[in-house]
Design a protein around this ligand. Structure first.
Ligand SMILES: Nc1ncnc2c1ncn2[C@@H]1O[C@H](COP(=O)(O)OP(=O)(O)OP(=O)(O)O)[C@@H](O)[C@H]1O
Ligand SMILES: [Mg+2]
Length: 598
């Protein structure tokens, strides 16, 4: 038997023993009191006296043991379930897409595992053992009374719980959606409070919330009534059974002692049986929770972890994307449809294109957050000796950057390049160590500025942090607000521009071999955006960088511009080349120039 199995068996045995001791206590006490009334010699009572003492003491000990062993096994099972859930989730990629629902599964549904053991299985075993023991005792004393007891126990322990479970199952089909609806409305109310207030929609949202609350309350009251009625019926069954047992005992001429023992043991044998109705109600919830947990565990991961992951060699890297096709969900058109692109060390490539063109998807594929349907992403280290001096990915860039005028420039490296590593053979963590940076939706944690920055470089010293802050042009702001001022939940105390700069500082501090930047100037006003882009182009000079942007100003500086539309590359070249030819780039460039002239 496994260790869990042993712990569970121990808990079950202790629980059953505690109930049996309770039964023994009442049985021997009833016998003792009624027998003592007949005033026998004291010696005739001594066994019963010892029995009462022993049962009373051991009941407590067993109960304590049951609680200890039961909760131990239940909490361990819960911890294991949570761990399994984490393991199932980690390869599934970024969690925020399923945030609230997932959190509730993580917290509430794993609680159900604990309930299943502590409130379901263990009490059921104890009830079964106690019921059987009481009926067996009855069979020895008076079989007819034992049959009455058996019938009563079956009503309270089997019929009632089954009835409650059937009704609850039907009701919970309505309660669960009502509860989800209320949760969604409350979440909208909280997260959308600013928008609701802006459009005067707060009252309507509140009313909708109250309606959802009222609907849920009606359903829950109904369920509470079911539980209350079941509890009453249980006690009624208990009372009637005891009366029945006494009547049967009297009509069949059983003595006072036997009648008392039968009546009291019958009464007590219901104690572990009565909670079974409430347990049945809880167990329908538990089975739904377990089903939801199974669903999470069965979710296929967004990217597959290679069995024997390859290491990406240190030093400068060339990233070669070939014919990449990425589809976010089956049946939908691909977000990237055959994109090829080469990023050689030290070069900066910009991706531009209309919204929904697939720019962020390309970065997601590079960060190994989505699995490509076909095509490859390969990482080539430079052959040793071909470019040996100078610090890693930065300095070398300068040479490469100065000559790289077209996307063919990388071909020059092909001769002295090693075969390279397919990104699919690299673990997602390793991929993000090599290629990462600023995501389109940077998050600010409820922590100090320092901690928010340090996230990207836990080992960074004060010097490096200050350097990243300086390069992101944040130093005035940081000096004013201080390194240790909390930034508030979701960065509420931070302006849009400061947020983007903080995100940029993080990316610079992390300093990956290949820096990815998704819309660093998004949501900023013209002037701030220009300033940020200028700073960014300054800070990334000589770094291998892939920059996604809506704004063309400053792109004269990058080595190649790739125009994506509908998941395909429609134009590529340098700024000077692209403004010469008609197309998306020139149109956008002209309209930007018009705007800025105004
Ligand atoms: N997680 C996702 N699930 C399903 N479809 C997605 C997902 N992410 C993106 N898409 C779809 O893939 C396409 C490309 O999206 P992507 O985010 O790459 O565009 P983008 O070029 O970055 O746009 P933007 O400039 O607005 O950021 C879009 O049609 C989008 O609806
Ligand atoms: Mg995007």
């Amino acid at each position: 038997m496994s260790r869990t199995g042993k712990r569970l068996a121990l808990a079950m045995a202790a629980g059953a023993a505690a109930e049996l001791a309770g039964l023994g206590l009442i049985g021997s006490a009833a016998w003792l009191i009624t027998r003592a009334a007949e005033q026998p010699p004291l010696a005739a009572l001594s066994v019963a006296i010892v029995g009462v003492r022993a049962f009373a003491t051991t009941k407590g000990v067993f109960r304590y043991g049951e609680r200890l062993a039961g909760h131990d096994v239940a909490l361990r099972a819960q911890a294991t379930t949570r761990e399994e859930l984490y393991r199932a989730l980690v390869p599934a990629g970024p969690l925020n897409q399923r945030g609230a629902d997932l959190l509730s599964r993580m917290v509430d549904d794993t609680d159900a595992v604990q309930d299943l053991l502590v409130r379901g299985l263990l009490p059921a075993v104890a009830a079964l053992v106690t019921g059987l023991a009481a009926v067996t005792l009855g069979l020895f004393l008076l079989p007819a009374a034992a049959l009455v007891l058996l019938a009563g126990l079956l009503v309270a322990g089997v019929a009632l719980p089954s009835g409650v479970a059937a009704i609850t199952r039907r009701r919970s089909a309505r309660i669960a959606p009502a509860r989800a609806e209320l949760a969604a409305r409350v979440a909208d109310l909280l997260h959308g409070s600013a928008d609701l207030a802006a459009y005067g929609a707060t009252d309507r949202a509140l009313a909708a919330c109250e309606e959802a609350d009222a609907r849920l309350a009606v359903l829950e009251r109904g369920q509470a009534r079911v539980n209350a009625v079941a509890a009453c019926l249980g006690v009624l069954a208990q009372g009637l059974t005891v009366v029945g047992v006494v009547l049967v005992a009297q009509t069949s001429g059983a003595g006072t002692v036997a009648t008392a023992v039968l009546a009291l043991t019958s009464l007590v044998s219901f104690e572990p049986v009565l909670p079974m109705a409430a347990a049945a109600e809880r167990m329908t919830g538990v089975s739904a929770a377990l089903r939801r947990l199974r669903e999470v565990r069965a979710t296929p991961p967004a990217v597959t972890e290679p069995e024997r992951p390859e290491r990406v060699p240190g030093g400068p890297l060339t990233v070669e994307v070939e014919n990449l096709v990425v589809r976010h969900s089956p049946g939908r058109p691909p977000a990237l449809n055959g994109v090829s692109l080469t990023l050689t060390p030290g070069r900066r490539v910009a991706i531009v294109g209309p919204s929904g063109a697939g720019k962020s998807t390309l970065l997601a594929a590079l960060m190994r957050l989505v699995e490509p349907e076909s095509g490859t992403i390969r990482l080539h280290p430079l052959a040793s000796g071909s470019d040996s001096d100078g610090p890693p990915h930065r300095a070398k860039a300068r040479e490469a950057g100065s000559d790289g005028t077209s996307h063919h420039a990388d071909a020059r490296g092909a001769g002295n390049r090693e075969p390279g590593v397919d990104l699919r053979e690299v673990s997602p963590d390793e991929a993000r160590r090599v290629m990462t940076g600023l995501t389109q939706d940077p998050y600010v944690f409820q922590a100090s500025f320092r901690d928010n920055l340090r996230l990207a470089g836990p080992e960074a010293g004060e010097e490096e942090m200050a350097e990243a802050v300086r390069r992101a042009r944040l130093e005035t702001w940081v000096e004013r607000t201080g390194w240790d001022t909390p930034l508030g939940e979701d960065g509420r105390t931070v302006s849009g521009g400061q947020l983007q700069r903080l995100a940029l500082a993080r990316a610079l501090l992390n300093d990956p071999p290949v820096l990815l930047l998704d819309e660093p100037a998004e949501a900023l006003d013209e002037e701030t955006a220009d300033a940020l882009m200028a700073d960014l182009l300054d800070a990334t000079r000589g770094r291998t960088t892939l920059l996604v942007t809506h704004r063309l100003r400053g792109l004269e500086e990058v080595d190649e511009i790739v125009v994506l539309e509908n998941g395909v590359v429609v134009q590529r070249g340098t700024h000077d080349e692209l403004v010469e030819v008609p197309g998306y780039y020139r149109d956008l460039w002209r309209s930007e120039a018009l705007v800025s002239r105004r």
